[in-house]
Design a protein around this ligand. Structure first.
Ligand code: PMP
Length: 355
């Protein structure tokens, strides 16, 4: 750190991007929960056309996108705010709505901890029990803002809406943020609660089921007042946070829901098939409502599995976090063809190690 960096960032831990994108060219990437499918052809066509308008700043309100989403979800456009990835929405919330601190599970999306650190937010991390979030651990929060990824990552386990409603209704002094990055793969959305309770924000992304991770687009849904607060922060930091190509691509994607639905169905089918094959090889696997599986082998260490897969140019996510022990890996569900290669390599590793 140079002398010019503010000393408050001395111990800031940032997101580790060393195994992403460029450095992983030529690998089968099963580490960041992206979609294996390209964006909808309509998304590509709209983005291409929008390139003509790049001399102008983009629409700061993403009006066309907001109207289309509002029609699809049965909420008002004013209840929606867009972010440069859902990460940016989370960043706005940590920055501006956590005065009394935050609460999130000890094992969850690593960015919550990073954002809390960045923004000097005091936080508590109720431990998962048996890898599950227990609602009773979210009582007595003293106004802390709660972040629940549903389904959770890296476990893939989802809470049902009854459990979520209990957390929301028993904490009227707390803002409850439900991060539904993976909900399309098997969890029920909490969007119905945004009009029933004044303390709910639901966050979503185009990065996973909608194949637009590279375009960087997420959004949140909440009541008018909270949406206005988030909009104020957005317009103070980055009024033009969503570029014109992304807005166009996302509109094309929303106009082609059939394509998204079809891809979700394929991923869920491949997930269930991958799950049974891994079970036959001696893996323990948590119940997944997401586009990934969290797995460990009965006898082979998580690090060994990670290293062996990498040798065969397959990259999964290994957690060296001592809380998750070293045994577990998170495996993104790729295309049927990618998973076939993955399973063949995995089978070879298991057979070799068993000798
Ligand atoms: N929430 C969760 C739980 C995630 O796993 C991720 C992505 N890894 C995000 C939010 C952020 O996604 P994006 O910024 O691409 O919308």
């Amino acid at each position: 750190m140079t002398q010019f960096m503010h000393s408050k960032f001395k111990s800031l831990k940032a997101y580790d991007t060393s195994e992403e994108a460029e450095s992983m060219k030529g690998y089968i990437r099963l580490n960041t929960n992206e979609s294996p499918f390209p964006p909808s052809p309509k998304a590509e066509a709209y983005a291409y056309k929008a390139a003509d308008t790049l001399n102008y700043y983009p629409d700061p309100d993403c009006s066309k996108l907001a109207s289309q989403l509002s029609r699809m979800l049965g909420i008002k456009p004013s209840n929606i705010v867009f972010g440069n990835g859902s990460d940016e929405i989370l960043s706005f919330i940590f920055m501006s709505m956590c005065e009394k601190g935050a609460a999130f599970p000890d094992i969850t999306y690593s960015f919550y901890r990073i954002l809390a650190g960045l923004n000097g937010v005091d936080y508590i991390t109720p431990p998962l029990r048996d890898f599950r979030i227990l609602t009773e651990d979210y009582a007595d929060l003293e106004g802390r803002t709660v972040f629940i990824a549903n389904p959770n990552s890296p476990t893939g386990i989802a809470l049902d809406t009854g459990e979520l409603e209990l957390i929301i209704s028993s904490n009227p002094e707390s803002l409850i943020v439900i991060d539904e990055a993976y909900a399309d793969f098997g969890a029920k959305s909490a969007v119905r609660f945004i009009s029933k309770y004044p303390n709910v924000i639901v966050v979503r992304t185009f990065s996973k089921s909608r194949s637009l991770a590279g375009a960087r687009l997420g959004w949140c849904m909440t009541n008018d007042d909270l949406a206005q607060d988030i909009r104020t922060i957005k317009n103070a930091i980055a009024p033009y946070n969503i570029n014109a190509l992304t807005q166009a691509a996302a509109l094309g994607t929303l106009e082609d829901e059939e394509y998204t639905r079809k891809n979700i169905n394929v991923i869920c089918r491949v997930r269930d098939n991958t799950r049974s094959r891994l079970q036959e090889m001696g893996f323990e696997i948590l119940d997944s409502s997401a586009n990934f599986l969290f797995v460990r082998h009965k006898t082979i260490s998580g690090q060994k599995i990670f290293d062996e897969l990498k040798r065969f140019r397959i990259i999964v996510r290994h957690f060296s976090n001592p809380l998750v022990l070293d045994d577990w890996n998170r495996i993104t569900i790729g295309s049927a063809e990618q998973m076939q290669v993955f399973l063949e390599v995995m089978n070879g590793v298991v057979e070799h190690e068993a000798r």
